[in-house]
Design a protein around this ligand. Sequence first.
Ligand SMILES: Cc1cc2nc3c(=O)[nH]c(=O)nc-3n(C[C@H](O)[C@H](O)[C@H](O)COP(=O)(O)OP(=O)(O)OC[C@H]3O[C@@H](n4cnc5c(N)ncnc54)[C@H](O)[C@@H]3O)c2cc1C
Length: 367
Amino acid sequence: MERCDVAVIGAGAVGLAVALELSKRYKSIVVFEKEDSFGRHTSSRNSETVHSGIYYPHGSLKAKLSLHGNGLLYSFMRDNNVSFNNCGKYIIASSKDEIPEIERLFANGIKNGVPGVRIAQGSEIEEREPQVRALSGVHVPTAGIMNSYELMKRFETLAKENGVLFAYRTCVSGIERKNGIYGICSDDGYTISADIVVNCAGLFSDKVAALAGIDTESSGYSLSFCKGEYYKSYNVRSMNMLIYPVPSPDGKSLGIHNRLFTDGTVAFGPNAYYMEQNIPDYSMNDSNKKEFLYSLSLFMKPDISDIYPYDCGIRPKLQREGEKFRDFVIKNEAESGLKNFINLIGIESPGLTSCLAIAEYVSGIII
Ligand SMILES: Cc1cc2nc3c(=O)[nH]c(=O)nc-3n(C[C@H](O)[C@H](O)[C@H](O)COP(=O)(O)OP(=O)(O)OC[C@H]3O[C@@H](n4cnc5c(N)ncnc54)[C@H](O)[C@@H]3O)c2cc1C
C-alpha cells in the first residue's frame, strides 16, 4: 500500500486551498477527487462574491474566517493574476419596515470589525447604481467579485509545483483506521494510507464522515441540500456595484441579488429552496420564475420580465428547514478516537471567500 502524509478528499476551492497550505508543511499530499477535474460542484456554481463578514453572528467561524479570508483572498488574487473587482456592495432597504434590519446589519458589521461599513442614503445608492430603487442601505466597501475558475486553477498549479498529487476520477468509498494510520479506499480498488485526512467533500462531506465511522445524525453533521438558481436578463447588461436585499429572515440565504461577472455581464439570484432528496440535480425549475421576478421587482427599476434561466448551485446546509443559524463545522475528530481526521462540514457561503482562511485554520488544528 502506498503511503502519504495527508489525504485531502475533494478538489473544490476549499480542498485545493487546504492542499496548497499543507504543502508548505508536508512532503506527500494526495488530493482525491471523484470528478474529471477540480471545482465541478459548489465552487463553480455560486455568486463569486468576495464577502466581508458583516452578516454572521459575532465570534462565529463564518464571521472570523470570512473577515480574515477577505483580506487573504484579495492579496492572493492580486499576487497571482486572478481576475477580481473590489467593487463594494450596498445591502439595501426597499421598504420602511426593512430599515431596522439595515441598522442591525450595520451594528453587526462594526462589532465584527468589517472595515469601512457605513449607512448610506437611498439617493446615494440610486446615483451610484441608477437601475436600483432603495430607501437606504449599508455600504460595504470590502465586498467584491472574483473569478473562481482562475482562483482554483492557480491553487492547483501552485499545489502541483509543491509536489501535491491529484487523483481525479477517484471516488473515496471506504476509510479505515489501523494502528493510527488511515487507509483510504477508492471505488476502483485503489488504497493509500495517510497520517492525516482532511474531508473537504462539500455536498458529500457528511457521507465521507460516515465512511470513517462517525454517526452523522448524533454528531449533527447531516446535510440538507438547498438549491439556488440564477437568471440573466436581456435588458440589464452592466452594473457597477453589488446590490443585496436584506437577508431572508429564515436564514436560508442572503436574498436574490445581482451577480456581477468579471467580464462585466450580470445575472440575478440565487433563490433558495430545500430539495426533497440529497441528489446533486443541477436542472433549473421554471416554476420558481414568478416568485423570482417579484423579489427582483422590489429593487430593480428596469423591466426585468425578460429573464431566462442561467445556472444553479446547491448549498450543503447543516441548518434544516425552519432551524436557526448553523456555523461551519471544522473539527479535528481526535476526541472521537480519530486523531487528525479533520471534518469540514456545512461549508456553504461564505466558504469561497473564506477558503484561504479555512486552510490556515485546518493547518492550525492538526495535532
Ligand atoms: C448558490 C450559491 C451561492 C454561493 N455564493 C457564494 C459567494 O458569493 N461567496 C462565497 O464566499 N461563497 C458562496 N457560496 C458558497 C461556496 O460556493 C462554497 O462554500 C464553496 O464553494 C465550498 O467549496 P468546497 O470545496 O467545500 O466544496 P465543493 O466545491 O463542492 O467541492 C467538494 C468536492 O469534493 C468532491 N467529492 C465529494 N465526495 C467525494 C468522494 N467521496 N471522493 C472524492 N471526491 C469527492 C466533489 O466532487 C467536489 O469536487 C455559494 C454557494 C451556493 C450554492
